[in-house]
Design a binder for this molecule. Structure first.
Ligand SMILES: Nc1ncnc2c1ncn2[C@@H]1O[C@H](COP(=O)(O)OP(=O)(O)OP(=O)(O)O)[C@@H](O)[C@H]1O
Ligand code: SF4
Ligand SMILES: [Mg+2]
Length: 357
């Protein structure tokens, strides 16, 4: 997906330096002795009608960031503004009003849909909660079923009778019942087989375009994220390390972690000779992240300063990246990792190796 959505409009979502930690251990008196940093000073912005993809390995903090945005968990610090209204500390009616404008679709519709409810009741439930009449609920449910490619008769069945793809269509219909402006999609197609994934992705795209919806689209699969997103943000160990237009991040990654994620993907196109970077080792513990750059223990480009100074997210045109490589000189700032490496090695490029070599 390469079409860029105009970002001059007021963002539907504006998140500034939000952080969230969880207690990781307690002493015998129940006092917290260590905390796990799930999200650290994350900032992002999404325009109306725009899809921001959020990628990263398991445990990098994607779901926690999505839950912070949805106000399903409280932030320790930072600010969340939805459609111009600061909802960081919203409670009661204010939070209820915000919830109308944003909805969530989870990975596993099996567990998020009650198997004992009829599909039409599942879809109408948010409308009932917000006081819609029986007639309003009925007409909205029929319309929503059609919008997600299901038949009216499906409304009289139980979700447990449906395939995974159909259940995800029901979950999407329910998320749209209150006509939100923003939908947080947390791994919405990860549990589906490849052909069903393509159908559900195409449904999400057409709903977005018809309804001017914005998505925060969370997934670990970069190819899926690239397909649907206008921009992509990459998370590593709680921090956003790169953000930019989807094609830029996918074809010219600026951060060594993004490059390694891409390199690890199976590549069906032999013409695309991406150098293979071995992403060795596990992600370090978010209870004790490494000093300096969080990626330094696995980065093949790590330098002395990477072990001491944490790089800040710096803007280079429409790209933002947190990596000391880009401080090597004005000629290299904001270039792709491959270009930076080639310049530094006099045109030879780099030899793929493990960080521990
Ligand atoms: N409620 C919680 N209590 C304690 N730790 C938590 C809680 N929720 C998340 N974490 C921890 O926070 C970190 C980030 O988790 P999160 O679920 O946000 O990652 P993720 O990127 O969504 O991973 P995945 O791709 O596996 O879904 C992990 O180390 C996780 O164990
Ligand atoms: S700051 Fe250093 S260790 Fe971190 S990604 Fe950049 S080069 Fe690698
Ligand atoms: Mg998750």
């Amino acid at each position: 997906m390469s079409d860029v959505v105009a970002t001059s409009a007021t963002p539907i979502l504006d998140v500034t330096e939000v952080s969230k930690s969880f207690p990781a251990s307690k002493d015998p008196l129940g006092r917290v002795t260590a905390r796990l940093q799930a999200v650290v000073e994350a900032s992002l912005s999404i325009a109306p009608g725009e899809t921001l993809g959020l990628v990263g390995e398991s445990g990098s903090g994607k779901t926690t960031l999505g839950r912070l945005v949805m106000r399903l968990t409280d932030a320790d610090a930072g600010r969340i503004v939805l459609d111009g209204v600061d909802i960081t500390n919203a409670r009661g009616p204010e939070l209820r009003a915000a919830r109308r404008k944003m909805q969530v679709v989870f990975q596993d519709p099996q567990s998020s849909l009650d198997p004992n409810w009829l599909v039409r009741d599942i879809i109408a439930e948010p409308l009932r909660a917000y006081g819609a009449s029986r007639a309003e609920r009925q007409s909205a449910t029929e319309r929503l079923l059609a919008d997600v490619g299901l038949e009216a008769a499906h409304g009289a069945r139980y979700a447990s009778e449906f395939s995974g793809g159909q259940r995800q269509r029901v979950a999407i219909a329910r998320s749209l019942a209150l006509e939100p402006n923003l939908v947080v999609c947390d791994e919405p197609v990860s549990a589906l087989d490849v052909s069903t994934q393509a159908q559900v992705l195409s449904l999400l795209e057409s709903l977005r375009d018809r309804r001017d919806l914005a998505y925060l689209f969370i997934a670990h699969d970069l190819a899926v994220v690239h397909h649907i997103s206008h921009r992509i943000a990459v998370m590593y160990l709680g921090r956003i390390v790169e953000v930019g237009p989807a094609d830029e991040v996918y074809y010219r990654p600026r951060h060594p972690y993004t490059e390694a994620l891409l390199s690890a993907m199976p590549n069906p196109n032999p013409a695309d000779r991406r150098e293979r970077i071995l992403l060795s080792g596990e992600m370090p513990s978010p209870v004790e992240p490494p000093p300096g750059c969080r990626f330094q223990t696995r980065c093949i480009h790590a330098m002395d300063r990477c072990r001491e100074i944490e790089p800040e997210l710096v803007k280079y045109g429409d790209i933002e990246v947190a990596c000391h490589l880009h401080e090597s000189g004005p000629r290299l700032a904001g270039s792709s990792v491959v270009e930076v490496s080639r310049q530094q090695s006099g045109g030879v490029g780099y030899i793929p190796r493990r960080a521990s070599d």
